[in-house]
Design a protein around this ligand. Structure first.
Ligand SMILES: Cc1cc2nc3c(=O)[nH]c(=O)nc-3n(C[C@H](O)[C@H](O)[C@H](O)COP(=O)(O)O)c2cc1C
Length: 158
């Protein structure tokens, strides 16, 4: 299935990546995914490897999944129409809410990761965690995910 998107290089459409809040998907050991709104994200080169660095507060359920669940995550940049999904992903916790269901988000199986991406997003990145470190903010932790594959929707490729 094409899902109306194409594979792109990791640094293409980087302005859209930077400008918009992301939806970070992580997964527990039983392969149940969770989604969280993510503003603090960068794309950078880390020893010649394209990497997304996500900054996640220790209190998030997402932090628990990134450290104790599957060693991967995806970052998805929603289209403007998906503002309600960003609100739900950023206001509720996966500890007690199925945010995919609540927000009406559909997933697409990962091509290179166990963690899925999110349908109808303008950009999606499948990442494998290669490094983590404390951030300057005591409350947050950095997760560096090697970008294994990236996609852009037909909507932004045009
Ligand atoms: C627009 C927006 C951006 C956010 N960006 C971040 C972020 O970069 N890092 C972070 O730790 N929390 C961020 N949050 C907060 C989390 O998304 C929020 O606490 C969420 O409910 C955590 O879900 P979880 O407990 O299922 O992991 C953001 C929230 C919103 C609304």
């Amino acid at each position: 299935m094409s899902y109306n998107r194409k594979e792109i290089g990791p640094y293409e459409f980087i302005e859209s990546f930077k400008r918009n809040t992301g939806l970070l998907v992580s997964m527990d050991k039983n392969r149940k995914p969770n989604v969280m709104a993510l503003d603090w994200k960068t794309i950078q080169e880390f020893e010649d490897v394209p990497v997304i660095r996500a900054q996640v507060d220790y209190s998030r359920y997402t932090y628990k999944l990134l450290t104790e669940g599957v060693n991967e995550f995806t970052v998805n940049i929603p289209s403007d129409k998906m503002y309600n999904a960003v609100y739900i992903a950023g206001s509720y916790s996966g500890r007690n809410t199925d945010k995919f269901k609540e927000a009406g988000l559909e997933t697409i199986p990962g091509k290179r990761t166990k963690v899925p991406t999110i349908k109808d997003c303008i950009l999606s990145y499948e990442c494998q965690i290669i490094y983590t470190s404390k951030s300057d903010l005591k409350s947050h932790h950095f997760f560096y995910g090697r970008i294994l594959i990236a996609f852009a929707s037909d909507e932004i490729i045009k």
